[in-house]
Design a protein around this ligand. Structure first.
Ligand code: ADP
Length: 418
């Protein structure tokens, strides 16, 4: 039996062939899609995940193109009883119709089609000639959902464009100052000192950007590999705070902290990465606090999730930026960093962990400007550790960032035994 015969559900005694000229209404036929038991090939095509259609028609008579077979995926995608329906009634995309005509003429074709609705989707369309049918020439039409591939491609292109733009700005400034120093400022000693200072700051900025980009790509590379090692989250916070003393002094900030008993917040994790999470969150809190302000940093364990942390205040909006692994019985150590800086407008909260995203109009309190990558790095690290992340903020009321990380299994078992 040929493949075509095996696929052929329509030309049976119950479904007479449409007379020429073809009628508007689909020919009468069984209500249910044709029985898949008609052959192994039909069952196979029927169960393919991609929509597959067979079109019969005459390329010189576009109105006569009819669908003579549609598999389950095609029936899910397109409304109505497809078999017997005119192709233009089901699919109006001109590029697709042209590709079908090409196949009816004997050459393979391809097209791209977008479908709207609640969720926009992009489809790659392929057509192939299938030879002569009973009432006209036949063409195979397959659709492949390429929405995710296109989205990933767009993200990659946007990322490259953003990264180059971010690097180009300080580079342009450096080049400008070099030209000035070689030109009219050549003998101006005071100008030279000022310009060299600015050049150093710009070179620093480029270095920070490259460091952050490298970190992000390293983290992404092993994001699917569970971290090895154990550490006490509370001790890690203390280490980071010790290292940030000069920054905290510079802004004359007071830091309140609340820590659990030693060993209570033992987590499974990559120490360097966890230190980076804490550092990025605390650095932001310092950066966006005004001089003489106050920060609160707390660690709590064991907790079931971040609901253990009391809400900040009535004005603040809370948003989950990353949901943790909620495997039954999982318990977490929770880190919370709170500042009383400018806060973040409610509508900006969902975008905070996007790469290079910065809330416009915010001043970083005289400290070095950020790269817009800090929170993206935090999110990827926490994701690798199967933890969660949330923010609470209201414009003008400061911000609280909360991260919760799974406690080490052994630690939980020991505690349960006690
Ligand atoms: P950056 O390096 O620019 O700080 P991040 O990814 O760490 O990048 O943060 C992204 C943006 O989120 C910041 O540019 C800032 O606009 C906002 N933001 C982050 N933390 C705070 C905070 N504690 N208070 C107010 N705004 C913040």
């Amino acid at each position: 039996m040929s493949i075509l015969k095996a696929l052929w559900p329509l030309r049976t005694a119950e479904t007479p062939a449409p007379p020429a000229p073809l009628p508007e209404a689909p020919p009468p036929g069984p209500k249910e899609p044709a029985d898949v038991s008609q052959g192994p090939f039909r069952a196979l095509v029927e169960s393919l995940p991609d929509p597959v259609l067979v079109i019969e028609g005459d390329p010189d008579e576009p109105a006569a193109r009819r669908i003579v077979f549609a598999n389950a995926a095609a029936r899910d995608l397109l409304p109505g009883r497809l078999e017997g329906m005119r192709l233009v009634t089901a699919l109006r995309n001109p590029e697709l119709l042209e590709a079908v005509d090409e196949a009816l003429l004997g050459a393979p074709g391809s097209a791209q089609m977008e479908t709207g609705g609640a969720q926009e989707r992009v489809w790659a369309v392929q057509t192939r000639p299938l030879g002569q049918g009973e009432f006209g020439r036949l063409a195979l039409l397959t659709l492949r959902d390429e929405t995710d591939v296109r989205r990933a491609e767009r993200m990659r292109v946007d990322f490259l464009a953003n990264a180059s733009h971010e690097l180009r700005t300080p580079l342009a400034s450096l080049t400008g100052f070099i030209e000035t120093l070689r030109g009219h400022a050549r003998d101006d000693e005071a100008a030279r000192d000022t310009f060299l200072g600015i050049m150093q700051a710009q070179a620093e900025r480029m270095r920070r950007l490259i460091d952050d980009l490298m970190s992000l790509s390293r983290i992404e590379l092993n994001e699917h590999i569970a971290p090895e090692g154990r550490l006490d989250l509370a001790l890690a916070v203390t280490d980071v705070l010790d290292a940030l003393v000069p920054l905290v002094r510079e802004k004359n900030l007071s830091i309140g902290n609340e820590m659990p008993a030693r060993g209570a917040a033992e987590i499974e994790g990559d120490r360097d990465q966890i230190l980076q999470v804490i550092q990025n969150l605390v650095e932001n809190a310092v950066k966006y606090s005004s001089n003489g302000g106050a920060l609160e940093i707390s660690v709590a364990a064991p907790v079931r999730d971040d609901s253990a942390a009391p809400p900040r205040d009535a004005a603040a909006t809370r948003m989950t930026l990353l949901s943790p692994d909620r495997t039954q019985g999982r318990r977490f150590a929770l880190l919370r960093v709170t500042d009383h800086g400018p806060g973040i407008p409610r509508d900006r909260l969902p975008r905070l962990t996007e790469r290079f995203y910065r809330v416009e109009g915010q001043k970083s309190g005289g400290l070095r400007p950020g790269t817009g990558l800090g929170l993206a790095i935090v999110k990827h690290i926490v994701n690798r550790h199967r933890g969660g992340m949330a923010v609470e903020s209201a414009e003008g009321h400061g911000a609280s960032f909360t991260v919760w990380l799974p406690l080490s299994e052994k630690d939980v078992a020991d505690r349960d035994e006690r």
